[in-house]
Structures are given as C-alpha cells and as structure tokens.
Design a protein around this ligand. Sequence first.
Ligand SMILES: [Zn+2]
Length: 481
Amino acid sequence: MAKYEPVIGLEVHVQLLTATKAFCGCANQFGSEPNTNICPVCLGLPGALPVLNEKAVEFATLAALALHCEVRERSIFARKNYFYPDLPKGYQISQFDKPIAEHGWIDVPAADGSMKRIGITRLHMEEDAGKSLHDGFADSATRSYLDLNRCGTPLIEIVSEPDIRTPDEAFEYLTRLKEILLYTAVSDCNMEEGSLRCDANISVRPRGQEKFGTKAEVKNVNSFRFIRLALEYEIERQIELIEAGGRVTQETRLWNSTEGRTYSMRSKEQAHDYRYFPEPDLPPLVLTAEFVAQRSAELPELPEVRRGRMIAEYDLNVQDAHTLTASREFADRFEAAARSARNPRRVANILISELGGRLKAQGLEQEQSPISMAGVVLAADLLEEGKISSKQLKQLFDVSFAKGEDFTAVYERERPEQITDSSAIEAMIDQVIAANPKQVEQYRAGKKTVAGFFVGQVMKASKGQANPALLNELVTKKLEG
Ligand SMILES: [Zn+2]
C-alpha cells in the first residue's frame, strides 16, 4: 500500500423525481405492473417523437447548481447507440460533447481532518433503459423477461474527476452527493429501487508517478458500504497483480457482496463506440439566464453550509450538527423547535441523547417517535427553568416510550413533585456533607469540581426531586461556608 497510490473516479446515475418520463407523458413510477407505463415514444416505435419534460430540465439545473457546476446555455441531446434487449429503441437519448453542466465540485473530509475538493467533470441528462428480469419466474432457468416501464425515466449522470484517492473519500463523496440531491429534492436517491446507482473506476500507480495506471470499472454496487469494500478489494487485487509481475487489464468487474470480491464481467480492451450523433428529433436545449436564475433562487441552504451556520448559531459540535442535518426535513423541524425554545442547545441535547438514544435502543425511526417536537421543546424549557431535574426528565421520557404517549401528556398527568423548599434541601446537603468529610476536604483544598459529587448525592437522596438550580446554589454556599 505504501508504494502505490489508488486513483478513483465515480459515475453516479440518479433518477429524477418527475411525475412523468423524460420525453413522453407516461408515469415515472417505481413498482407498477410490468409494461403498463409505456407508450410508442418511450418504446421508440417508428414515427414517435420525443418531447422534452421541462421539469426534468429544472431538476437537472437545480442539481447542477447545488454541485457548483457551470450550467451551459446551449446543450445538445445525442443518441448513444447500442443494442440491448431492454432498450427497444436501439439507442439512449443522452448528452455527449455538450452536456447541460460541467466543472463542479464537492468538498469531503480528508484523513487529516481538512477538507478536500473533489472535482465534478460533468453532469448530463439522459434517459434510463428498461429492465431484464432473469429471476423469479417458473421458467427463469430458460427464459428472461422484459419490463420496459423504466424506459425513458429521466436521469442525470454525475461524473467525478479522478481526484479520489481512498475508499473512504469515495464513501464521503457519495454520502455528500446523496445528501445534496436529497436537500434539493430532485431525487429520492433510493438505492434499493435503483434511483441512485454508482459505477467506480479504479486504478493504482506507484506513488510519485504522474501517469495513471490501467483502470478497472466496478459496476452497479447497491450500497455505499459495498462500494467502499469493493474499492478496498480492487486496490489490493491490482497491487498484488502488479507486484507479482502481471498487469491490470481494462475491464468491467462486478462486486459479489456474499463473497466480498469482484469478478471480471467483460473485457473493455477496445473502447466502446456508441456512434454518438446529435438527436435529430430534439432541438438544442437553450436555457435563458432567467431560467437559471430562477433555479438559483429555488436552491435551499445546502447541508455543509447549513451545518456551519447551525454550529455557530446553536453552539453545536460537528457530530451533533451532522445528526441534526441528516435530512432537510429533520433539520427544519429541529430549527423551528430550537428557535421556539428558551435554550436551543438543550433542544439539541435532548433530541440527540435522550430521544435519539431511546429511538435507537428500540430500533425506531425519528417519525415513529412517541415524543413530538413540541414535547421536546417543553422538556427543554422545563429543564432550563429548573422545573424538572434531568433525572425526572429521563423518568418521564421512559414513561412516554413505555406508554407510547407524548411528553406533553405524560408531564401534565404526572407533574413530578419538586422540592423548592431551601431548608429541606439544605438539610439534605448537611447530611451528605457530614457523611463525606474527605470530599469536603478536597473541595476546600481547591478541587471545585467535587461540588458536582455533592449535587449528585443530594439529587439521589431527594429521588431526583430537588430543584436543580436551587440545589447547585445551596451546595456551593454550604461548601464555601
Ligand atoms: Zn411513454
């Protein structure tokens, strides 16, 4: 590994969330009965003419801007010719030398903690092909079936520069790309349904060498975790091959997740010649400055920028900021809650540790939480005002989860008792002080953090009912006295 440097580039296909297909009025829908969302246009029957879906162009432009690409004023659709049973037209409408957007980037965290910029060569529009079904039928051993519903589904293909150097960087790039696409709401990025698909080009070269090594392409891996594993495997395989005196062949390889290895699928010694030519049935796509400006105005605050702002605004750490921005919808809900609470930081704490911890322990998603955002805000405010202790909050949250009731209802009913009588609290403090002379000595010798020990002991003695603010104040007073 020390002798070699991996060079990785990623190609990501993303289905756009339009209601209809790219060039016809058929529903763009996953999971329909096979061959029900089809028409002469998406089947490419003779004489049928494509009409470009404006929404697809809006989404492609939005994604391009979110990825910091330059949007081309005039782009050209082209035919990519090849034969495949699930491509009845014999060509895909794509873009070739004049794609809709180029020269973008995504910043990813590097191993040393700094941010590294990964270039995006191009983003182009194209249509999806249909699907061959090789399994699941009684006669699957001898026949394959075709479902052409996917023909004509609008796609964008996002091609990175070969800037990625480690499987971890590839994982981060994909994670951030997906996050940006979800924030801009151009795709649901559902990998199980094939809305987001990734191919990786990978080669290795001796460190210090300028020229790239021969690359292999790993295709259609269905999770980011598997991409990372496939790249790790490929790097090792290629280095071993070269070290043993062999050479890497240019080929397409498939990842087998059960065996944890890649297999050669087909040689790519000769570059494919798709005989691209401009699509004669579609005029050049011309985007006015006004159209692009409108999309620019629609861009949401992007995840990385949002995290930076939230860290500053709510005093969060980086990890908490990631948790709270996991989806745009969740971040919106958190911010609305944080702004209505007395102390936003408390809302973040409760969401992440108290609520998040319990959801995780029970294997629940955020949407399945018995405690609403309003409940979280109430809990944060009660804690902030010292009306409940953190121990009481934990108990009430436990009741919420046990009964499937919101915190607001549980709090109204239980109204946990709180001791706000100074003399009662002082009496308990006196007892704890008397029982722990060693800790008192430590405190008086200057170890002020020992105060926390006394607060904890008294809180325990009061069964979590001592008013926390008052308790803190009285403990300090007693110890200083
Ligand atoms: Zn159609």
